[in-house]
Design a protein around this ligand. Structure first.
Ligand SMILES: NC(=O)c1ccc[n+]([C@@H]2O[C@H](COP(=O)([O-])OP(=O)(O)OC[C@H]3O[C@@H](n4cnc5c(N)ncnc54)[C@H](O)[C@@H]3O)[C@@H](O)[C@H]2O)c1
Length: 346
């Protein structure tokens, strides 16, 4: 099946979860690169959604925000009527929270994706791009340093979060095979950058250090993740939307594996602090040991390459949190502090 959006000069997109971390970076990225495109941003504004992430594009004539739940089928069908594509970011996204409250993950990530797929099908098989994670593939052992996830790796999710994302990926693929819905899926590694909610490790550690607090490092600190700058993820999604093969999955990573200890030391060094600021804490239950991805397919087929080197990216990101204290101080409060106590004192 050909990608009907290839070569289109103008596009109208429904972006779900566009007030969150990656979604807001994506909305900004698209409107800067394609000033004529139109975007409708559907977001429920959970604790993780924040319209301050998009302050500078408020009032753009080709951008519209709709506050709503992706589970609201009537609303979704209404606003998706005229769009060329649905780009689906909305999710409950924090693994630790999925340990405390798995049901909200099943509702939004599985049922919410189902509602969007049904709308896309009923509205004449709309193009659908689904944003997913490398966590659906499970975990690699530290000793198997030559192994990495790729498009053919069998699914083996371990947390309520990754299982809910895996379930949603399967549903999206089923709509392609069963109804011919023109879908693509991307499974990306750990993102970092501006506007990430400070419950995730990089902004949590940077903001803790700015507050004079220690950083809580799980277990022995040896768990490994591949880190990709959010701008590189947005560029990858852009290439898949415009040129990706329908029905295909693309794995996205930056070949930038770091243990949590190495990541912590990089943050401490950049901020001029010592190892004394680390507090080793009880590990997350079922903490996947290592993730690594090989993104050969997207590089070979679509010519995408990550551009941001980790050392430069982490410095730029830390500087952003230093410059934007007003942003994170407002979100690192209220409900978040209650959750933080509940999780770290469990
Ligand atoms: N952060 C990462 O490192 C990473 C890596 C790979 C894939 N992903 C995937 O990318 C997507 C975005 O992740 P993120 O880190 O930006 O998440 P986030 O938690 O920062 O943002 C999620 C957004 O979805 C919105 N939302 C949640 N439930 C909703 C609902 N029922 N209806 C409408 N809106 C709802 C929230 O208000 C928020 O704005 C997710 O699908 C996630 O699984 C994230």
């Amino acid at each position: 099946m050909t990608n009907s959006l290839e070569g289109l000069k103008y596009m109208k997109m429904l972006v779900t979860g566009g007030a969150g971390f990656i979604g807001s970076n994506f909305v900004r990225y698209i409107l800067e690169k394609y000033p004529d495109y139109q975007i409708i941003n559907l977001d429920k504004l959970t604790y993780a959604g924040n319209l301050e992430n998009l302050k500078e594009i408020e009032g753009y004539p080709n951008y519209k925000f709709v506050k709503g739940d992706i589970l609201n089928a009537e609303l979704v069908e209404h606003i998706a009527k005229d769009v060329d594509i649905i780009v689906h970011f909305a999710a409950e996204s924090h693994v630790d929270r999925s340990v405390l409250d798995p049901f909200s993950f099943v509702k939004t990530n599985v049922l919410g994706t189902f509602v969007l797929l049904e709308a896309a099908r009923k509205l004449g098989n709309k193009r659908f791009h689904h944003i997913s994670t490398d966590e659906v593939f499970g975990a690699l052992a530290l000793e198997d340093s030559h192994k990495a996830f790729h498009e053919e790796t069998p699914y083996d999710p371990k947390s309520p979060y990754s299982s809910s994302k895996a379930a949603s990926d399967h549903l999206v693929r089923a709509y392609f095979h069963t109804y011919g819905l023109p879908i693509t899926i991307s499974n990306c590694s750990n993102n970092y950058g501006a506007y990430q909610f400070p419950e995730k490790v990089i902004p949590l550690f940077v903001t803790n250090l700015m507050e004079g607090k220690k950083v809580p490092l799980y277990g022995d600190g040896k768990n490994v993740r591949d880190w990709i700058h959010v701008d590189d993820h947005c560029a990858a999604i852009d290439s898949i939307i415009h040129q990706g093969k329908i029905g295909h999955t693309y794995v996205i990573g930056a070949d930038s594996e770091k243990s949590n200890y190495e990541l912590t030391m990089a943050i401490l060094k950049t901020m001029g602090m010592s190892e004394d600021m680390i507090e080793f804490v009880k590990d997350r239950p079922g903490h996947d040991r290592r993730y690594a991805v090989r993104s050969h397919k997207i590089k070979a087929e679509l010519g995408w390459q990550p551009k941001m080197d980790f050392d430069a990216g982490i410095k730029k990101t830390i500087q952003w949190y230093i410059n934007n204290e007003w942003w994170w101080r407002r979100v690192k409060s209220g409900e978040y502090l209650e959750y933080y106590d509940r999780w770290y004192n469990r």
